[in-house]
Design a protein around this ligand. Structure first.
Ligand SMILES: [Fe+2]
Length: 315
């Protein structure tokens, strides 16, 4: 939003006896004094939907007070590492909706999903074939992946940030004693567009449920859990490719269709099987009984994304 400090004078403003029927129009009129057309549009829609919600549901005074108290509790819960409003947006499906609207993809491209709160930018470079996890963090899992464009051309030199939890379902930055990045790393695709690494087999994990968002989930009889997944942020520096933030989900997870933050998409669900093949195990320095995930990522160009983006405008 712009920081315009000037406001236009709207001479149509007048004092009204506000009623259930004219309050919406009047609030919109007062807000329309801003010269910022995007802000004006956003506020018009917000007031329209908010007022209609109130008119249609007619909250009691007690319910209204409870709602204000709930929002205040969300605010009190926030710190620089705990964002309760983001969590609230997540569990209401707003975060994934905003992500989907801003990252439309052609049908043959990899879909995006929410970044989540545990991304950090301090992941260390990991050579293809190495492990992103220190020993003892869980069952070893080999990931073999490629990155191509929508025409099937391999993309060399793409950077891939990968992060996941340990087998206890906790990210490294959920441990107070964290002294360096773990269960996360930054890989680079080779000339064939391939990247490959070892990690730990993903597990489902609880989201932070000790605050008002958690209480809301409990009241709604919803699990405060996310299905097992690995996060990926893929970007090709100095290229025309659009950044991709996504995740791979393990097929058959009990929370696959009941993800607390609605991040799962069918195209992002993968099978996790055993390596089994002796030559494959030797090639990637794993055991035949270790786990294996394969996936082919497809990036769009920024022009391809732009062509699919639509922006609503004021009537
Ligand atoms: Fe996650």
């Amino acid at each position: 939003m712009s920081n315009d400090s000037t406001t236009s004078t709207n001479t149509t403003l007048q004092l009204l006896d506000l009623t259930i029927d004219n309050i919406t129009k009047n609030v919109k009129l007062v807000n329309s004094q801003t010269p910022n057309t995007r802000l004006k549009f956003l506020m018009e829609k917000l007031v329209d939907y908010l007022h209609n919600y109130v008119r249609e549901t007619r909250p009691t005074i007690e319910e209204f007070n409870e709602t204000m108290k709930f929002l205040a509790e969300c605010g009190h819960m926030c710190t620089n590492v705990r964002q309760e409003f983001v969590l609230l947006s997540d569990i209401l499906g707003v975060s994934v909706l905003v992500d989907a609207l801003n990252n439309p993809k052609p049908t043959n491209a990899t879909e995006s999903t929410v970044l989540g709160p545990f991304y950090t930018d301090d992941a260390q470079d990991v050579a293809n074939g190495d492990s992103i996890a220190s020993p003892g963090k869980g069952e070893i899992c080999l990931v073999l992946a490629t990155i191509k464009d929508t025409k099937g051309n391999p993309i060399e030199g793409a950077k891939i940030d990968v992060w996941e939890t340990d087998s206890n379902g906790r990210y490294d930055n959920q441990y107070d004693e964290r002294d360096r990045p773990d269960m996360r790393g930054r890989l680079t695709s080779n000339k064939n567009g391939e990247f490959f690494f070892k990690c730990v087999k993903p597990v489902s994990y609880p989201i932070s449920s000790d605050g008002p968002a958690g209480k809301l989930l409990e009241t709604l009889h919803r699990p405060a859990r996310r299905p097992a997944h690995i996060h990926f942020r893929i970007y090709a520096p100095n290229s025309t490719y659009d950044d991709l933030v996504t995740a791979l989900y393990i097929r058959g997870d009990p929370y696959e269709s009941n993800d607390a933050v609605f991040g799962v998409k069918k195209s992002l669900i993968v099978d996790v099987g055993k390596v089994e093949d002796a030559s494959l195990a030797k090639k990637y320095d794993v055991n035949e009984q270790d786990w294996l995930i394969r996936y082919n990522f497809v990036l769009t160009t920024r022009d391809e994304t732009q062509a699919l983006l639509t922006m609503p405008t004021a009537d």
